[in-house]
Design a protein. Structure first.
Length: 340
């Protein structure tokens, strides 16, 4: 199983590239950069800088979108980074989220995703695309693997049907993860594909005191419920009811500038007991040994990789990188050696 790390482009580009290089030296397999034009540096510029600073580690967008960026722009940018990092770059695409809401746009519908993905795939394959009567193609195309981030059943099926991989936003709780993976496999089967790579996104903290840190996850838990994930939460015994809008949180719960204020805004709707259960079930919160055990379960459910996130959008995951490198990766290596 590949171990990836989310790095929000919240610092000067050189620092982001240096951290990607540090992750490579520490033994991570992948680094992923989110895309939100008002919150962070441009994701493709950051990925290009990281490509120049590394030699082996995988690089990906997690995720860009086809609302704020035209599909042809996405295809050209992806091709450019792929040239700098041959066989190392993955184009992750999603519905938009924090890239679209703050500029008054709406997230992609399923039909828009299907159409936009088709345009990108055709252009990267060197084929001509009909843009409303104008027929054009991408010069010097380069094949790029495309992953679709998804949480709802329709987009999970779409990921399996249309793309090379799925980024599962269901967390690591066994029942929701199995349900999500099943939807991806259904989509793959409908397209006659034998399988699709699955990367599981999970918030992670190496700790022997989960209750102490679980409170920081309240905005994450609440946002999942807002986005239609309450049934998935309920599958793991986390029952919450959150209004669609919580005042005083900018730009949204997951990317709040004032994280403590976002936590307080969620207090009436997400109890301490519920968020502790969320941390234990849906997230990789626990000791290194507990995290390794959960990773084994993710692999058994069909996960090919995990995408580790820290809580925060405006600071770099230095502590998470160090903790995973020093405590989790050695256990995984020992486990792999013992299995041979």
């Amino acid at each position: 199983m590949k171990i990836g790390l989310r790095i929000p482009p919240c610092a000067p580009v050189g620092q982001i590239a240096d951290l990607a290089s540090e992750a490579e030296r520490a033994g991570f397999d992948e680094v992923w950069f989110p895309d939100s034009q008002l919150l962070w540096r441009d994701v493709f510029a950051v990925a290009a800088a990281a490509a120049a600073a590394t030699t082996e580690i995988g690089l990906g967008t997690a995720v860009t979108n086809i609302v704020a960026r035209h599909p042809s722009v996405v295809a050209s940018a992806a091709r450019t980074v792929a040239e700098l990092a041959p066989n190392r770059f993955v184009l992750g695409i999603g519905v938009g989220d924090s890239a679209v809401g703050p500029v008054g746009l709406r997230q992609s519908t399923g039909a828009e995703l299907r159409a936009g993905l088709a345009v990108i795939q055709e252009l990267l394959a060197g084929r001509t695309v009909d843009f409303g009567g104008t027929h054009s193609r991408l010069c010097d195309p380069t094949p790029v693997p495309i992953y679709l981030a998804a949480s709802g059943p329709r987009n999970l099926r779409l990921a399996g049907e249309l793309t090379d991989g799925a980024i599962l936003l269901s967390g690591v709780a066994p029942a929701p993860l199995a349900a999500a993976a099943g939807r991806v496999r259904e989509g793959a089967a409908s397209a006659g594909k034998t399988g699709v790579r699955m990367t599981v996104s999970a918030f992670c903290r190496v700790t022997d005191d989960v209750p102490r840190f679980a409170r920081e996850l309240k905005p994450i838990c609440a946002r999942i419920a807002q986005n239609g994930g309450a049934p998935f939460l309920a599958l793991a015994g986390v029952d919450i009811d959150v209004p669609q809008h919580l005042p005083g949180v900018y730009p949204d719960l997951v990317h709040a500038v004032d994280w403590d204020a976002a936590v307080r805004a969620c207090d009436p709707y997400v109890s301490d007991e519920a968020v502790i259960a969320f941390a234990r079930e849906f997230c990789l919160y626990g000791t290194a040994a507990e995290i390794v055990g959960k990773l084994a379960a993710v692999s058994e459910a069909g996960g090919d990789a995990v995408y580790l996130q820290h809580v925060g959008s405006y600071d770099l995951p230095d502590a998470l990188l160090a903790d995973v490198a020093e405590q989790v990766l050695p256990l995984l290596r020992n486990q792999a050696r013992g299995g041979r």
